[in-house]
Design a protein around this ligand. Structure first.
Ligand code: ATP
Ligand code: MG
Length: 429
């Protein structure tokens, strides 16, 4: 076994990564770093997925150049992150993340742990590629591809774990989870995405320590939610999260429903995630507003129904229920306003779908959230919450040229020109 950090060097002829399968932008960054005399590698999901014969989601780079040195080489570069400082080299909407090798260090300037061993800062540079590998989470995520000679470097038996379809932590599982409890969510995500098993010691550590996820800032958990549920394997991720009992840290009220055996809620969640996965395969837009609307709906609709019994009008009842439910959710995972506003609109449109005749029905078709509200209505029909005939009627009503024009006009209003923006990424924080 090689779990010691000794390097295994796999020459170009013995693996399936070709220069051509790497994005042009990543190659540009690697080439320029190398030409400037720095050491640089492709690492992480890019290498892992290429070795698995999959198309990587993005390409991450690791180098001995400091973030400032990276910035000096690239005009289109910005530095992000305080706890883990990184360079983003921006090519339009494509962002290449460049991380600097960290050195092993004790507490002090640039690095710190707190809260019983959690890493709160890791910014001591001057490390080697071996130091860099030791800091990564799973063995299969610590494979390095060197474009200069075509070699893959494997410090922790990552290749063997790829072959066995296994996720194993580098080093001692317990310590790695305590250091960064988000790694438990990452284990669920990769197990779902790659269809890998989780090594026994990692499973035991996750089970023992998962309550530490309760201390992670909501903004970081929101980023994880996006990666878990909105990158094409949401359904499998939910299943894994449930299996590991981690869903409670992301959506506590939805988790409660599932634990109480609420079949309709379970069905609705699964259908919504299936749809999301399908949309991603078809390269259609997805929004967290919709998935949050789904997960919070059982509670929101139940509270709203009670308020309606007490005499509140339907839309007002939904607003009041939303006011009650949203703050509890935001304590777990944040949801930026640009998503929480449409989420609320998806809910408050629901009573308006009851009327299919007259001027108000026509106006509804021109509402900027009509499509999302309608998709939500169909989901409710699928679980028997509203008649399927209601969806069919709205489906027919959308087909007239007049309705199509109204939908198109509202789409233009709802999505102003998108500015190219980089993704925010987080790591070892
Ligand atoms: P994906 O295909 O989803 O992008 P990925 O493995 O590239 O998967 P990222 O979140 O992009 O995942 O992270 C890039 C790499 O950075 C990982 O492969 C891993 O080596 C390292 N990394 C990220 N987050 C952590 C963490 N919390 N702890 C340790 N290493 C991490
Ligand atoms: Mg990645």
């Amino acid at each position: 076994m090689n779990n010691t950090g000794d390097v295994l060097r796999i020459p170009e002829a013995e693996h399936n990564i070709a220069r051509e399968s790497i994005s042009k932008n990543a190659l540009k960054v690697l080439d320029r770093l190398n030409e400037a005399g720095f050491e640089s590698y492709l690492v992480g999901g890019g290498v892992r997925d290429l070795l698995l014969g999959k198309r990587p989601k993005d390409f991450d780079i690791s180098t001995n150049a400091s973030p400032d040195e990276v910035r000096q080489l690239f005009k289109n570069c910005r530095l992000i992150g305080r706890r883990f400082r990184l360079a983003h080299v921006v090519f339009g909407r494509d962002v290449i993340e460049v991380a600097t090798f960290r050195a092993a260090h004790s507490e002090g300037e640039g690095g710190a742990t707190g809260d019983g061993g959690r890493i709160v800062r890791d910014n001591v540079y001057g490390g080697t590629v071996a130091d860099d590998a030791a800091r990564r989470d799973f063995t299969v995520n610590a494979l390095y591809y060197n474009i200069a000679d075509g070699c893959v470097l494997d410090f922790y038996n990552g290749i063997e774990d790829l072959r066995r379809s296994q996720l194993a932590f580098i080093g001692e599982a317990q310590a790695r989870i305590v250091e960064d409890p988000v790694r438990a969510l990452r284990a669920a995500r990769f197990a779902a995405k790659l269809d890998f098993s989780i090594a026994a010691d990692a499973l035991a550590a996750i089970e023992r320590e998962h309550s530490k996820l309760g201390d992670i800032p909501p903004a970081r958990l929101f980023d994880e939610v996006l990666k878990l549920l909105q990158t094409g394997h949401g359904l499998d991720s939910l299943e894994k999260l449930n299996e590991l009992d981690l869903f409670q840290y992301l959506f506590p009220s939805a988790d409660n429903r599932l634990k109480q055996g609420d079949e309709k809620a379970a069905q609705m969640f699964n259908l919504a995630l299936q749809n999301t996965d399908k949309r991603i395969r078809e390269e259609l837009a997805v929004t967290p507003a919709f998935i949050y609307a789904v997960f919070l709906w059982p509670e929101v609709s139940e509270i709203a129904a009670k308020l309606q019994e007490q005499g509140e009008p339907p839309v007002q009842a939904l607003h009041l229920a939303a006011d009650e439910v949203i703050p509890g959710q935001l304590k777990r995972t944040s949801l930026p306003r640009r998503f929480s506003v449409p989420m609320r609109e998806i809910w408050t449109l629901q009573p308006r779908f009851q009327k299919t005749q007259g001027k108000r029905a026509k106006l509804l078709i021109g509402n900027r959230r009509f499509r999302a509200g309608y998709d939500f209505l169909c989901l409710r029909a699928q679980i028997g919450e509203v008649p399927q005939a209601l969806c069919d009627t709205w489906e027919r009503m959308q087909q007239t040229p007049e309705a199509q024009a109204a939908i198109e006009a509202s789409r233009q209003r709802a999505s102003p020109v998108r500015r190219p923006r980089g993704r925010k990424k987080s790591r070892s924080q």
